[in-house]
Design a protein around this ligand. Structure first.
Ligand SMILES: [Cu+2]
Length: 107
């Protein structure tokens, strides 16, 4: 006996994309709203520093991605401007022992 309820339940159980379309478009909207900033980071002396800085940045709520360049002594962060701001990112690296400032000539 197939009721409407049991058909919906079966669809969910076998993984049919019943509710995936709205979720996907929401994800795309978030991706478009991300901001990127590059910071000059002080005190970076070895490869472990790079990892410490990246982990400190990734702990900040709203940070989507953090890339640390050991040679350039910079960190490039993608973040959701509704959840995080540049000052919070600077605070995060500073608290980890690496004072930072916004990279002056990005282009
Ligand atoms: Cu180090």
């Amino acid at each position: 006996m197939f009721t409407k309820k049991s058909i919906l339940l079966s669809a969910l159980l076998i993984g049919l994309p019943v509710f995936t379309t709205p979720a996907l478009s929401a994800t795309n909207q978030i991706a478009q709203q991300l901001k990127e900033v590059t910071l000059d980071v002080q005190n970076m002396t070895c490869a472990m520093c790079k990892i410490t800085i990246r982990k400190a940045l990734e702990k900040v709520a709203g940070v989507k991605d953090a890339k640390v360049d050991f040679n350039k002594k910079t960190a490039t962060i993608q973040f959701d401007p509704k959840r995080a701001n540049v000052q919070e990112l600077i605070n995060a690296t500073t608290n980890a022992g690496y004072p930072a400032s916004v990279h002056s000539n990005k282009k």
